[in-house]
Design a protein around this ligand. Structure first.
Ligand code: FMN
Length: 202
């Protein structure tokens, strides 16, 4: 089982991507493969023209399809999520998040748009049939500082919420894996039923 981290900012030095990195570090080494997808690295023309035949788009879709959980980060742009993330989500199949656990994250310049995750991104993730969308985490620019000297410095409450959400994600993945293992072993244990003994009533 794997966790896919999707960075939805067009910026290289992205604050929202720092939140992703923090969670990725927290869940690393806990029995799940960690994969990354930077939407900004996908070919712009293929994204904008919705070119489903493009190899890079195809590979990105496959990464999403194979993930058991998706952590998705975006900056707030114009009171919603980024346009580049939207064009990528538009390229997923209608049930592209089916069966997956999803944790949304966002950073914004002002606390005024802290509900953007809930009113803008969450409905899209739900319409893509996510199994569960966890409560999102929103941080303002002031709460996410990075410097080459000190590395990432998060406001205490943001750090705490990221840690709690990482743990909740891991607990849910563990439960999902245990369910799948139970299902697999009961399927293996079930004695085959010879066709000649099957009775149908009409
Ligand atoms: C085009 C643009 C639009 C933005 N619109 C908003 C906005 O509506 N509300 C807000 O709080 N911040 C807004 N911001 C600020 C960014 O959301 C904020 O700096 C964010 O942390 C950037 O994340 P990133 O570094 O991952 O790209 C905007 C920034 C840009 C460049």
């Amino acid at each position: 089982m794997s966790i896919l981290f999707i960075a939805g900012s067009p910026t290289v030095a992205s604050r929202s991507a720092r939140l992703l990195d923090f969670i990725a570090e927290h869940v690393r080494g806990r029995g799940y493969d960690i994969n990354r997808l930077n939407v900004r690295d996908l070919p712009a023309q293929a994204l904008l023209h919705a070119d489903f035949s493009d190899d890079a788009i195809h590979a990105a879709q496959k990464k999403v399809a194979e993930a058991s959980a998706v952590v998705i980060a975006t900056p707030v742009y114009k009171a919603a999520y980024s346009g580049v993330l939207k064009v990528f989500l538009d390229l997923l199949p209608q049930a592209g998040l089916s069966g997956k656990l999803v944790l949304p994250l966002a950073t914004g310049g002002s606390p005024a748009h802290m509900l953007a995750l809930d009113y803008a991104l969450r409905p899209v993730l739900t319409s893509l049939s996510a199994r569960q969308v966890f409560p999102g985490i929103y941080a303002t620019d002031e709460q996410v500082e990075w410097s080459s000297e000190h590395g990432l410095q998060l406001a205490d409450d943001v750090e705490q919420r990221l840690q709690q959400s990482s743990q909740r994600l891991l607990d849910s993945l563990d439960a999902l894996r245990a369910d799948q293992q139970r299902l697999n072993s009961s399927f293996k244990q079930a004695a085959p039923v010879p066709f000649s003994t099957v009775r149908c009533s009409v």
